[in-house]
Design a binder for this molecule. Sequence first.
Ligand SMILES: *Cc1c(COP(=O)(O)O)cnc(C)c1O
Length: 706
Amino acid sequence: MQKNIIALKKLTRNLWWSWDTEAKHIFEELSPLLWERNNHNPVELLRHLSNEELVARCHCEYGEKIERVYNRFTAYLNDKETWAAKNAPELVKNPVAYFSAEFGIHESVRIYSGGLGVLAGDHLKSASDLGINFIGISLFYKEGYFSQYLNHDGWQMEDYPLQYPESLPLEKVTGPDGKDLIISVTIAQSEVFAQAWSLKVGRSTLYLLDTNIPANESHYRDICCRVYGGDQNMRINQEIILGIGGVKLLEKLGVKPAVYHMNEGHSAFLTLELLAMELAAGVEKKEAIESVTSRCVFTTHTPVPAGHDRFSRDMMHYTFNKYLSQIGVEFDDLMLLGSEDRNNIHGLFTMTVLALNLSRAANGVSKLHGEVSRSMWQILYPGKSVSEVPIGHITNGVHASSWSCGYTESFWRNFTDSIDNMTLSREAAEAVLAKVSDEELWSLRYSLKRHLIDFIDRYLANQLFHQHSSAIYNEYDALRAAKNTLSPDLLTIGFARRFATYKRAPLIFRDLERLNRIINHPTMPLQIVFAGKAHPHDDAGKDYIRQIVEHSRRPQFSGKVIFLENYNLGVAKRMVAGVDVWLNTPVRPMEASGTSGEKTVLHGGLNFSVLDGWWPEAYNGENGWSIGNGESFANHEEQDRFDAEKMYTVLENQIIPTFYDRNEDNLPLKWIKKIRNAITTIAPEYNTHRMVKDYANKYYLNQSGK
Ligand SMILES: *Cc1c(COP(=O)(O)O)cnc(C)c1O
């Protein structure tokens, strides 16, 4: 009994459980209510249960389950026959250090904002599954990203609930003397100190730096307060802790990474600290720069200008002057490394430029984004044509077992022993699907949609209860109507992601009359579920949310158009599993990759998207639908009009009729055929196992440079 309790507690200390269905089940089974209330956080769950209660609960059957999961967990950790052991033994020896400002691993660990973090989390998990020696570096944000709720006008409000290290599976990193390991960095005229937490993610370790310690003046304690919080000054301070602090931490731990991977430009200051180490060892400047460059790789993630941090020369000077004199680098030399125009070092310092200048290889995150990035940064490579710019691409994927819900997982287990088999190759996926009947596939869809609707009912009741007084009649009415009308028989569209304006969430409302006819069609109706957060500084994005909420309250859409508050990993998992169609309407080519549509595929969801990001590579005419053919207009208004028109037409003429075209058994055979096509063509390609193998082969192992 006691043994099982210890095993249970050990399972909570490694986020491996977050992608193991049975492990999640044993926590949930302990107390479904506490599991829900504590945001699926097993550490919190166990804190609420006394030892006596645990002893009572660990009766034979439940105890056996714990034992089984725990054995699988230890077998996983000890497995020596991994992909990396067989295919990339170098990557088992020295680690890859992967720096990212955010990691989205599970909803209970709130150190992420959106797609970039989710990608980093999925990368970490796949690296673990593949047996790559892999270390993540990030920050511990005590307030995380914000929790979203809407006020009466549908305007986004932000809450910043604290998260406590003791509520998470964080271990404080200590030195050989057993004391807290503290690093320090120079910011402006000050020494700023940080401690580190470690978080186990399967075989991978994620280190989180934390400036919230007594050694710091109070304004420096708050550097790691919020994900992408504060002003430019806060951003540069965060990025110094992440990049320079991260390298110092690894140095103190005695870790010698073979590769430093900068996931987006936020961490690019790590190159300065690597440079400092070379210079301190007496290496000449030119060789020192070459040595740093030979160990770094860089992934750029967006063509959107706001996604590329730029700091003024004054701010750079103020912040770095002292540090540079300590390491022996001239200020103008630093500015040169971060200036877009090498002939003008008096402008802005761009993190992406620093990262490109000091990495041996760089990539975008889809084929199209690779092309866009090459022309975007051509200016850095005078004399090279666009196609010669040394930026390649690896298309983003998703971690299959993290994104398949328990129901989906057990569905596929009826036909194959692991869901990962669906992602190995097209042939493997086809072989599994050949065993699945149309009825079975359709019942999967139906069940998942029912689960989503049950979830939405509970979620909306809560949304209503804790945010709105019943005096707000319209709101109440709309929410209540939703509870009564959403139906698993209806074609259901999902749209959920950050409300960056280029993603154009409200596009489908451009022609309200036409949408009304579509949604309220007498025999072929439609329902749409929205969710998403706008960055706290992004009023235009918040206005998009407000517009959608306003539309959802119109009598003709009430109960058919739903906006769910507080999009996060947990809500995302429910939505991608339940909806029939995942809608994506970015302004091409602003969506570097996008990943949410990839998450829906193993659940039998179909994508309907502008040909942007990953979709032009994946779309084959049969595995979903496209909005337009990649047409671009200089005029935004014209683009919106064109894309909306295409969207309505495809909905009316293809998507809706196909969904409602049933045989005598009420099966939509053409739709089911598309699901099969989507699973076999998309799942094997757009997953992080494939993606991380590509990084390994193309960038981690390949020393050849640019
Ligand atoms: C997958 C995911 C995203 C990324 O979605 P995109 O398709 O890239 O816009 C953002 N937020 C959450 C919570 C996600 O799970």
